[in-house]
Design a protein around this ligand. Structure first.
Ligand code: NAD
Length: 373
């Protein structure tokens, strides 16, 4: 069985889908591995590191992928020469034609971000592994942009108050942001629409703020995600948090609803009510942003308030993010290798395979992503 690790074609993606550590583990499982030259460079892994772990180095994507049973990537590759099983973050929503192209090229493509959130698949959960890093990085970025210190400091020259940080959306990224902000000494508050988050917020030493009505009590889907809230709920939520935001030094927004644009939680008026020098880091920028004034991919200043809409925060800590992502892939691909024959043996009845496989036998098989007629 041959595994190919391809370099990312998007130059703004510094992560890589395998590390020397996971290369060694795959070889231990009986696989041969080829890594495209330079694939790990931006994550701090050299071709020599991969070669020392036992990988062959391929000069080009085509050479590396030749006769590969499995191709590992961070992002969805474009059709072209890609055949065999492709395991990556496929970003399928709104990209039906790209999926069709992959299917047409003969790829059996697995979307890691659709992995069910069940106990057996926790080690394969790329959304969690990357969101955790992004939540941490959001606080580090906010601290760097903020012109004051985060912890209270009592010095002979005077006392400096602790910064107030408000985290909106308490999933994996939000929880890590709370923990990081607390470690840096800020006064932390947080909000979410899922009731289960209240206890999680409080257990991290932060204060929970939310409209806790009947809709709130039913806002969590069976899959553990948030539902899109009614216009009435959003208005009540905006009123409650509006006054709160005006008193904050840093707001970090992480709110997402699967398959939907990010909910707008911070209005232009609320931004203008913040003190000059305040900072907003919008982790939802890639999905349109939680703040009305976020410019996805940019940092803008509005009336002295900095709004950071950077993409791919996990990629800014590429080495750690890649190490965790590579382990997620290893854990999944390992379930597809036969212990007896050491060959690729996909179990089509496995719920992990069913949930993540989007293309097979030349067609897009997930009805949600069928190309529109
Ligand atoms: P996400 O990235 O989909 O969304 C981030 C947060 O935004 C969520 O907490 C969501 O409730 C919140 N949100 C949505 N709309 C909002 C609004 N209008 N106002 C405020 N907040 C809003 O979420 P995630 O990080 O993927 O986590 C979702 C859940 O899945 C969490 O409960 C998490 O702990 C759970 N989870 C479970 C597993 C597992 O294996 N069992 C693994 C990872 C995560």
């Amino acid at each position: 069985m041959r595994i190919a690790v391809l370099a990312e074609t998007d130059k703004s993606e510094p992560r890589v889908a395998a590390t020397p550590e996971t290369v060694k583990k795959f070889i231990g499982l009986g696989a041969e591995i080829a890594v495209q030259a330079g694939a790990g460079r931006a994550s701090g892994f050299s071709d020599a590191d991969y070669a020392a772990a036992g990988a062959k180095i391929g000069a080009s994507a085509a050479e590396t992928a030749t006769a590969a049973d499995v191709i590992l990537r961070v992002r969805r590759p474009s059709g072209g020469e890609i055949k065999g099983a492709v395991v990556a973050i496929l970003d399928p929503f709104g990209h039906e034609s790209a999926l069709k192209e992959l299917a047409g090229a003969g790829a059996t493509a697995f979307a890691m971000e659709l992995m069910p959130r069940i106990t057996r698949a926790q080690s394969m959960d790329v959304l969690s592994s990357q969101a955790n890093i992004a939540g941490y990085r959001a606080v580090i970025d906010a601290a760097a942009e903020y012109g004051r210190v985060l912890p209270m400091m009592m010095t002979p020259a005077g006392t400096v108050p602790a910064a107030r940080i408000f985290i909106m959306g308490v999933g994996v990224a939000g929880l890590q942001a709370i923990a990081t902000a607390r470690r840096l000494g800020a006064i932390v508050t947080a909000t979410d629409v899922r009731p289960a988050t209240k206890e999680q917020v409080e257990s991290l030493g932060a204060k929970f703020i939310a409209v806790e009505n009947d809709e709130f009590k039913q806002a969590e889907t069976s899959g553990g995600y948030a539902k899109e809230m009614s216009a009435e709920y959003q208005a009540a939520q905006a009123e409650l948090v509006g006054a709160h935001i005006a008193k904050q030094d840093i707001v970090i927004t992480t709110a997402l609803i699967p398959g939907r644009p990010a909910p707008k939680l911070v209005s232009a008026a609320q931004v203008r009510a913040m003190r000059a020098g305040s900072v907003i880091v919008d982790l939802a920028a890639e999905r349109g942003g939680n703040c009305e004034l976020t410019k996805p991919g940019e940092t803008v200043v509005v009336d002295g308030v900095k709004i950071v809409g950077a993409f791919n925060l996990a990629g800014r800590l590429a080495s750690t993010a890649s190490a965790l992502y590579a382990k997620n892939l290893l854990a999944f691909v390992e379930t597809m290798i036969s212990k007896e024959t050491k060959q690729l043996a996909i179990n089509w009845d496995d719920e992990l395979v069913k949930a993540t496989c989007l293309t097979r036998d030349g067609a897009v098989i997930d009805p949600r992503f069928q190309p529109k007629a």
